[in-house]
Design a protein around this ligand. Structure first.
Ligand code: PSU
Ligand code: MN
Length: 305
């Protein structure tokens, strides 16, 4: 297809055989969690996907190649280098590829590379969105634009309230992105199962998720689909506690004048630092939970020919 794309052998084999494949992002590895939990989690997510009948394709840019399916060594490399690896969203692709550089792919870039490779389902933790105060900063994640144009289903645990969740939903509505609650009528807020905001549709089975995605493809509608899957009850956090931590992190970002692509990693790191191990443990569990739903959905989709 293009000589910049490099599909790992296990992924290529699964795709050729029409077997289920689930894409995974790498910003969560390099910028979303500390080492070594980032590497351990990335490998555990891959294992969970295999245990649920699909093949994992962790996506990243390595030496300028758009990789779909990383080796254990490559995951270890990205995890160890952490923030030194450039966070790569859509606008970063041309220069990183031309320079033969490395990049940790965000939701947007992971969707782009997944679609190039022919992967339809992608599991992650949280997506980017419309930031609080975006009416003056215009800080709106490229993830939302990507969801409106690239045909990949993204399974996440909603969005953290480092974002303005109401405005994020409005933006997705404008862009025509279906927001589907998996077993819920409410948008989950990453660490908590509830946010007070409703979703467009509630779907209770992976088979029905697959049917909705297939219908979108059949009618030739461009763009993706956002599935929001609440964190399992036993790992969810106290809403008042986490919202206080997030408010403090945002105040600190504002007072330090953090801007552009640094905003989200700064807030994620601050929240993790302030809430310690508890939020990291929740974060890991919700990603695993999303990997299970994504694997089963990819499996259901592979049967709908
Ligand atoms: N939100 C999270 N965890 C993450 C991210 C967002 O709760 O790891 C990462 C994802 O890779 C997402 C990116 O695509 O941050 C969004 O960055 P920005 O807001 O700069 O578009
Ligand atoms: Mn931004």
């Amino acid at each position: 297809m293009n000589n910049h794309l490099c599909i790992g052998p296990e992924v290529a084999k699964a795709l050729a055989a029409g077997k289920p494949v689930v894409a995974l992002e790498s910003t969560i590895i390099s910028h979303g969690m500390p080492y070594p939990q980032n590497v351990e989690t990335a490998l555990l997510v891959e294992k969970t996907i295999r245990d649920n009948g699909a093949v994992p394709a962790t996506i990243a840019i390595i030496g300028g190649k758009l990789k779909a399916g990383l080796s254990r060594e490559e995951i270890e490399y990205l995890g160890r280098k952490g923030q030194e690896v450039a966070k790569a969203s859509r606008r970063d692709l041309p220069v990183l590829v031309a320079r033969g550089a490395d990049g940790a792919t965000t939701v947007a870039t992971t969707m782009i590379i997944a679609a190039m490779a022919g992967i339809k389902v992608f599991a992650t933790g949280g997506i980017g969105g419309v930031h609080r105060g975006a009416e003056t900063t215009m800080d709106i994640s490229a993830d939302l634009e990507e969801l409106s144009q690239t045909p990949v289903m993204v399974v996440c645990a909603g969005a953290k309230s480092i974002l303005d969740l109401g405005l994020t939903l409005e933006y997705l509505e404008t862009k025509g992105v279906p927001v589907i609650g998996f077993g819920t009528d409410e948008l989950p807020a990453f660490y908590t199962r509830k946010s007070g905001f409703g979703v467009d549709y509630r779907i209770d089975t992976e088979k029905e998720l697959a049917e909705a995605f297939k219908a979108k493809e059949d009618i030739g509608l461009k763009g993706g689909m956002l599935v929001v899957n609440p964190i399992p009850e036993q790992y969810s956090m106290d809403p008042d506690y986490i919202s206080q931590v997030i408010d403090e992190a945002i105040k600190e970002a504002n007072s330090r004048g953090i801007k552009g692509k640094k905003v989200t990693p700064f807030l994620l790191a601050k929240v993790a630092e302030k809430s310690g191990g508890e939020s990291l443990a929740s974060n890991i569990q919700l990603v695993l939970n999303n990997a299970i739903v994504a694997s089963r959905t990819a499996a259901a989709l592979s049967l709908l020919k």
